[in-house]
Design a protein around this ligand. Structure first.
Ligand SMILES: Cc1ncc(COP(=O)(O)O)c(C=O)c1O
Length: 392
């Protein structure tokens, strides 16, 4: 067995076939030779302390209903954010859910009314708009500004939209999927100020917070402004590649809002965040996972740098900005002149790569492709070569 002090091998492709992997086993096309770099999980083996903890749990042999709220679990979660982000989370403010997407659904239903406006910043993780629309709320778009590949926020537009009394919530993505910004304290303070002044509840989805580059600094908006009207969604799932274990920690500082959460999540939906393996894995990850995380972040950064070199050499009409956070390359192919449908067809049927098409993140994403680089370099090289060949 590997000791945790050793160097992890992220270069070797570990087969995920027949593991019920959405990315590999449920690819949305006929999958002969289609290379999957789409849905957001990693093709990397887990940190050894997580595997050890899960094995020990398997050896207990009984897997009944489980609850995460022990001192050890709460210390693991709060300690992680205290050490890494200088953010003090009150233990009693943590509620759990089987994922951040279900948590967003519950928050929207519990804390806004039908017909309310909810702000998002397109191009953004597409379940945000689904959760808003499918729960009978109104989507209010405050699009990001794209300055030659570097995205910033349009605060004037945000202020104008937040001023509408029917707009009651904003979903922020920090770091931002897919554009890769890690928002600065100044940007976050301005967002928080606009929301709080206009009585807009701020929900920050920080699921990508640990997957950042060497010189980027993640700031939880709640650490800058410990308001009762800021809720933060966190999870070890993206950081440690545990998405199939379904556990996320949602920080709701206000007791009244926690009661509303409980009434919706448990009372009306029966939604319970007590996955026995998720609990064990999250606790081990946040207690012993830093060595693995440092290594994985270095590997991802190298992959993202490789894309930069490849685009400069081989895809002269594409535009790419080295992202501050997430494991996505967000590449602008608009200069090639294809429609979204043509670009999708070209990637899927000519290049034979399964990526996330830019248009799914909102119309601001048309002409872009999102590539998940959390894979062995050989897979990424194969993907880029296929794309270059298909684009001619
Ligand atoms: C911004 C963001 N939020 C949430 C999720 C998914 O969260 P979960 O699997 O916990 O529902 C993702 C996954 O890619 C994401 O990028």
């Amino acid at each position: 067995m590997m000791s945790h002090a050793e160097q992890y091998d992220f270069d070797t492709l570990v087969s995920r076939e027949n593991t019920h992997s959405v990315k590999w086993d449920f690819i949305p096309a006929d999958k002969d030779d289609l290379l999957p770099l789409w849905i957001a999980d990693m093709d990397f083996v887990c940190a050894q302390p997580i595997i050890d903890a899960m094995r020990a749990r398997v050896d207990r042999r009984i897997f009944g209903y489980s609850m995460p709220f022990t001192d050890e679990y709460l210390e693991a979660v709060t300690g992680w954010f205290r050490r890494r982000a200088n953010w003090n989370i009150e233990r009693e403010s943590i509620v759990v859910a089987p994922g951040i997407v279900p948590a967003l659904g519950v928050l929207i239903r519990a804390l806004t009314s039908e017909g309310d406006g909810i702000i998002i910043q397109n191009p953004v993780y597409y379940p945000f708009s689904k959760m808003i629309a499918n729960n009978g709320r109104r989507l209010v778009n405050n699009p990001l500004i794209n300055n030659e590949g570097v995205y910033t926020m349009d605060f004037e537009d945000l202020e104008a939209k937040a001023r509408d009394p029917k707009v009651t919530m904003m979903l922020l993505c920090n770091p931002h999927n897919p554009v890769g910004r890690v928002w600065t304290p100044e940007e976050l303070s301005t967002v928080a100020d606009i929301c709080l002044r206009n009585n807009v509840l701020l929900i920050s989805d920080d699921i990508h917070c640990d997957l950042i580059r060497e010189d980027a600094v993640y700031t939880p908006v709640s650490s800058l402004n410990p308001s009762e009207r800021i809720i933060t969604c966190t999870s070890a799932s993206k950081t440690f590649n545990l998405a199939g274990l379904h556990l996320s920690n949602i920080v709701i500082p206000d007791e009244g809002m926690r009661k509303l959460w409980e009434a919706e999540a448990l009372g009306r939906c029966g939604l319970f965040g007590g996955n026995a393996f998720g609990i064990v894995a999250t606790q081990a990850a946040y207690t012993h996972g830093e060595v693995w995380l440092e290594q994985v972040n270095r590997y991802i950064a190298d992959n993202l740098r490789y894309i930069g070199e490849f685009v400069a050499d081989r895809l002269p009409k594409a535009r790419y900005w080295y992202p501050e956070g997430t494991y996505f390359a967000w590449i602008d192919f608009r200069e090639y002149g294809y429609s979204s449908e043509q670009l999708e067809d070209l990637m899927l049927n000519r290049a034979r790569v399964a990526l996330d098409e830019g248009y799914i993140f909102g119309e601001e994403g048309c002409g872009f492709e999102r590539i998940n680089v959390a894979c062995p370099r050989s897979i990424l090289e194969d993907c880029m070569e296929r794309m270059a060949e298909a684009l001619g």
